[in-house]
Design a binder for this molecule. Sequence first.
Ligand SMILES: NC(=O)c1ccc[n+]([C@@H]2O[C@H](COP(=O)([O-])OP(=O)(O)OC[C@H]3O[C@@H](n4cnc5c(N)ncnc54)[C@H](O)[C@@H]3O)[C@@H](O)[C@H]2O)c1
Length: 322
Amino acid sequence: MKRVLITGVAGFLGSHLADRFIKEGYMVVGMDNLITGDLKNIEHLFKLKDFEFYHHDVSKYVAVHGTLDYILHFASPASPIDYLKIPIQTLKVSSLGTHNLLGLAKAKSSRILVASTSEVYGDPLVHPQNEDYWGNVNPIGPRGVYDEAKRFQEAITMAYHTYHGLETRIVRIFNTYGPRMRLNDGRALPAFIGQALRGEDLTVFGDGSQTRSFCYVDDLVEGIYRLLLSDYQYPVNIGNPDEISIRDFAEEIIKLTGTKQKIITKPLPKDDPKQRQPDITRAKKILNWEPKINRSEGLKMTFEYFKTLTKEELYNSAHRFA
Ligand SMILES: NC(=O)c1ccc[n+]([C@@H]2O[C@H](COP(=O)([O-])OP(=O)(O)OC[C@H]3O[C@@H](n4cnc5c(N)ncnc54)[C@H](O)[C@@H]3O)[C@@H](O)[C@H]2O)c1
């Protein structure tokens, strides 16, 4: 039985990846320090004999017993509200944490895939963004702690590949959504759905003309799975190119949820990217991958999940680090 280590396993993406690898017949070793994750996301896995859990901070030395075929490094705060509140941990997990996991991969002769992000493109000057674009990032801006840590992560991962011959994979993930997102993590989709379910107006930042492209989590997981098993070591964008303005997106959520509330606006945060759309030509060519789930289907499945939250979860809007 193949063994895979997934860091950040109690988070949104890590928990979905764990489900997929269990389904594919792998033994999953999950690791998380629970700084932004929640054991609730993986509680169904604890009763399985194919799952083990390490409560551990990957920015500190990482030791795992036994063999590891694959390592997927997904530990990192991922929403702006998180990384603005815990900037040093954010910098550490993608730099020191990645270094620790590359070292582990070398020691265990494992293939490692690291979770990078569309944020490496910053506020992009080319549109849509393909992997050859180097980005437009403000290193000392508020988002720099995340963006630059991820850029360092890519650099050290490539260095381990070229210098040590390690088998590495880099996925650049664009905005992804689905069940198990946190309501209060500051991202547009859970914020809008939470506001609709609580009967509050939907808050759009700026005039709402900024665009995003949202990928349903099952499509993303499929892309990551294919990339891991491919022999391609350069970065690959995985995301859904179907672009929408934030204002139109808020309108879609109003329709979906049937809320009678309206849209209100607040000032745009600093360095908020104006446009985001992945060019997925490379993923199509190399992985034969493209998203299959359209936004209206994905939003319905996500809304079903949010409807199962308790009143307490719905109204507990206090942020973890507030
Ligand atoms: N969700 C997206 O749209 C998106 C987009 C681009 C990139 N990503 C990347 O995917 C990964 C997962 O994102 P997510 O949306 O699931 O976020 P998340 O916050 O839901 O999950 C991250 C998990 O990592 C854990 N973690 C953080 N620091 C840790 C540390 N030092 N040691 C151990 N565990 C730690 C958290 O407790 C949490 O469970 C991140 O690397 C993120 O940068 C996500």
